[in-house]
Write a protein that binds this ligand. Sequence first.
Ligand code: BES
Ligand code: ZN
Ligand code: ZN
Length: 503
Amino acid sequence: MTALTLSTAGAATLRADALVVGVAKSGKGLVVAPGAEAVDEAFDGRLAAVLETLGAAGAEGEATKLPAPAGLKAPVVLAVGLGSAPEDGAYGTEVLRRAAGTAARTLHGAKKAAFALPVATAEDAEAIAEGALLGAYAYTAYQDSKNGKDAKKPLAEVALLGAKPRDKAHKAAAERAQALTEEINRARDLINMPPNDLYPETFAAVVTAVGKEHGLKVQVLDEKALEKGGYGGILGVGKGAARGPRLVRVAYTHPKAEKTLALVGKGITYDSGGISLKPAGHNETMKCDMSGAAAVFAAVVAAARIGLAVNVTGWLALAENMPSGNATRPGDVLRMYSGKTVEVLNTDAEGRLVLADALTRASEENPDAIVDVATLTGAMVLALGHRRFGIMANDDDYRTAIHEIAEEVGEDSWPMPLPSDLRKGMDSPTADIANMGERMGGGMVAGLFLQEFVGEGITWAHLDIAGPAFHEGAPYGYTPKGGTGSAVRTLVKLAEKTADGEL
Ligand code: BES
Ligand code: ZN
Ligand code: ZN
């Protein structure tokens, strides 16, 4: 866990292993961003010129290390690119977040880094702290050979310069960033954990333990309880696996809360496709199919740690989707928790089945809104690519609000419709509905399926995070390889705005 401190020390006087500064492109070439004036002075005002001779252009994602001159207490200066220098001097928060992430990643193995990036507002300080603490993340739990005492460790301490430790807003920003990023990193750990160790029972045990630590109410329905309750969707998906499914309710309540937000997460700890087995090349990363549940869990804990004045109830629909002699077959009909019957035409469309039961159950408590999060469809990845999630909703204003919130916190997303003409593709000759419809527009078909299990009159949104949940390419900014923690920042901001009465 990386520690965060706000420091009033000057950039030249703070002892650290590295000093992080920002550089940007301007009409006159490279410029040093505000916050690093003392560093530039130590270079006799030639920092930008020196960096240019090293090939730095100030582009986003760029990181240039150089030895520090006498006069600085840190041995190394790391210049990170901030893109084009803004005319009004206000760097965007996501630019700062990413640059801080790039710096923390580049400094893997160092103990302490001082960040002298431009801080004009408490929001800037928060973004830099978030980026640094997310960028410092590394998943090494299973790399025994690398875990010796000589192994490089993530950056241990981030000192934020330019933020004001005695300013209430700045202090709150730092505390919020620390709580939020620790929970995002916990979600990443859960997503990255191999599915032979993370399965419904062990996932539920983590929620129980962490929930206890933070004063949350946790209830776990095991197979027996699911049978008794008639949760045909969750049971049907979990049937083929040796390890049984769970439905976990994790609730944060605030004494002054006026609203309750329900969050529902898809928690398929491994998606083999079941009897409709996925072909080779499509299941190697399917441990990530519980990213929605991980995001919901992280958001509930973060809301509690930040102390938001809203009730947030998380519902984690946990199952392992495996083929076996006991598995649900294509052609089987499930009786769902809602009482509706579903003909399973493709056992690989399992996410909507577990979510359906959780949505119905969440609706019984009559929350002010329900938001579900799921790595639901390959179709959404085809539509929006790997960096943005799709947002669907039964209320256009709510969908727009979530899209704007995501934008505000630096998560890329896009609104998608729920066209009713796609519903007839799921008509079943045998049951009330089939779990598959037209192939084209598959992300929206899945959204329409879910909508049928949301309680009458309840505002609902669905985030399909199949694209951004798991990052297979090279790390960039604060995004590591593997689990990303997609949607957590959006959910927490949504809870915050719900608490503030803005929604
Ligand atoms: N877990 C997958 C969706 C997925 C794809 C997540 C790629 C992350 C990356 C989901 O359960 C699935 O297999 N959906 C099917 C549905 C189809 C059979 C109707 C799909 O998208 O192909
Ligand atoms: Zn599937
Ligand atoms: Zn799945």
